[in-house]
Write a protein that binds this ligand. Structure first.
Ligand code: ATP
Ligand code: MG
Length: 451
């Protein structure tokens, strides 16, 4: 190949993003927080494959839904002809797994999952083709108590993350019979206003009229607002369930508003549906959505099992965390090791291992294509690492078996020489020492947000 032939770069798939190191600490903070909140309510993790048989979604989500109609990454496995789909959401896989492994045989289960989901949508802020969700599924529970619990779990998470501008919208979409009655009334109403319906609405008039209520078309808003409301078609049991959820929320001072127009994009929902929305993210303002899905187990051929769950969009929540507060990047390490000869580096490596044995995070200065770098350039790297201390091993230190320890974050850049064998104790004491409370509350390894 000729020397100057330009080699084309390969770039990532459109709508599928890299999570870069600068953001990963914020993701870690989010994930740690949500995991500990889930644990505090007794939820256990489940991990299902990213690829599932295509019929799982086609049957579970409903054939006439945005996801199944136009957003799924489906393909045939060329090795054996299997029809497969990259999961567009998590609930169907969790329920498939629960049926396959008979997970609820000994009682109900509270489960959570986290991971990438795939939908072929038009990429824009807050909307990607690979995105990430954390979801919770309470399987085998029939009452309003668990619906309210899931909502309160979310509220606790927003509080722990310091997110204040997220509000709860709640609705009940009733049970199948109630929905069918409402559906008839809705179709009759839309037929009366056929001249206002857009092409998409006309197409859905008989297949999925409920979704017309979800239209974003401004020309249809007035007509849609005056359409028959599902809430007026609820029977006593559905109404009592809905009232039960509200009662628990009110008793625990969780603010909410009832949005009679709230419907979900998947067919499997019934009764309780909810969304957490914010005005701070532009058009993609729904950060979490969920509801009850009492018929999904039966749809998949399992024993009828009532259930309720939610899924939150991690990218949107990370954006919201950024809007909510100033983000402090955590330090890379506690200690950065600087050295000035091969022999000194040998010593530095040994010291680094001892410091890690003692629980500290340590970065060793290593060679690049430009060599090892002089003292000044090594100190620059130490500073950029955000470390609390740099440890210097030069000629003098080697000669008298000592190290020089420089405090990188104190104003006077305090520097001290200690025997090589005393360096670990000295640093551990300085960094984690009980006498210095500044460190206990300002751990440099935890990203935090100032509100
Ligand atoms: P939307 O109305 O925004 O398309 P949805 O009803 O399709 O959302 P759900 O299937 O309920 O969304 O997914 C739950 C959450 O996952 C959403 O509230 C959102 O936060 C997030 N989410 C959904 N689709 C995407 C996407 N393409 N990119 C990023 N996040 C997404
Ligand atoms: Mg969508």
């Amino acid at each position: 190949m000729s020397e100057n032939k330009k080699i084309e770069k390969i770039v990532g798939v459109k709508g599928m993003n890299d999570l870069l190191p600068n953001d990963s600490s914020l993701w870690e903070l989010f994930e740690n927080t949500v995991h500990s909140v889930l644990k505090s309510y007794g939820f256990q993790q489940i991990r299902t494959p990213i690829v599932e048989p295509t019929p799982l979604f086609a049957r579970g989500l409903g054939a006439v839904t945005d996801i199944v109609e136009k957003e799924m990454y489906s393909f045939e496995d060329s090795m054996n002809g299997d029809k497969l789909t990259l999961r567009p959401e998590g609930t169907a896989g969790v329920v498939r797994s629960a049926i396959e492994h008979n997970l609820v045989y000994d009682g109900p289960k509270r489960l959570w999952y986290s991971g990438p989901m795939f939908r072929h949508e038009k990429p824009q802020r807050g909307r990607y083709r690979q995105f990430h969700q954390v979801g919770a599924e309470a399987l085998g529970f029939s009452g309003p108590d668990v619906d309210a619990e899931l909502i309160m779990l979310c509220q606790r998470l927003w509080d722990d993350l310091g997110l204040q501008n997220v509000r709860l919208e709640l609705n009940s979409i009733g049970d199948v019979d109630e929905r069918n009655q409402h559906r008839e009334a809705l179709i009759a109403y839309f037929e009366k206003h056929e001249n206002i319906l857009d092409a998409e609405a006309k197409r859905r008039l008989y297949s999925n009229p409920l979704r017309i209520l979800d239209t974003k078309n401004p020309a249809m808003q007035d007509m849609v607002n005056a359409a028959p409301k599902l809430l007026d078609y609820l029977g006593t049991e559905s109404l009592a369930h809905f009232e039960g959820v509200q009662k628990i929320l009110r008793h625990n001072s969780i603010p909410f508003s009832i949005n009679p127009r709230l419907v979900r994009g998947m067919d499997y929902y019934n009764r309780t549906v909810f969304e957490w929305v914010t005005d701070e993210l532009g058009a993609q303002g729904t950060v979490c959505a969920g509801g009850r899905y009492d018929s999904l187990f039966s749809t998949f051929g399992g024993k009828p099992t009532p259930a309720c769950g939610f899924a939150m969009g991690i990218e949107r929540l990370i954006e919201l965390m950024k809007v909510a507060g100033e983000i402090h990047q955590p330090a890379l390490c506690d200690v950065y090791l600087v050295h000035q000869s091969d022999e000194a580096q040998m010593q530095a490596i040994v010291l680094g291992e001892r410091l890690r044995d003692a629980g500290l995070d340590v970065v060793l200065h290593c060679a690049t294509a430009n060599g090892i770098g002089n003292f000044k350039s090594q100190m620059k790297k130490a500073d950029a690492s955000g470390c609390a201390y740099s440890v210097i091993l030069g000629e003098d230190e080697l000669a008298n078996e000592s190290v020089t320890i420089k405090a990188m974050r104190s104003e006077d850049g305090h520097q001290t020489n200690v025997p090589f064998n005393a360096a670990v104790d000295y640093l551990v004491d300085q960094i984690t020492g009980a006498t210095d409370d500044a460190h206990c509350c300002d751990d440099p390894h935890h990203v935090h947000i100032n509100h």
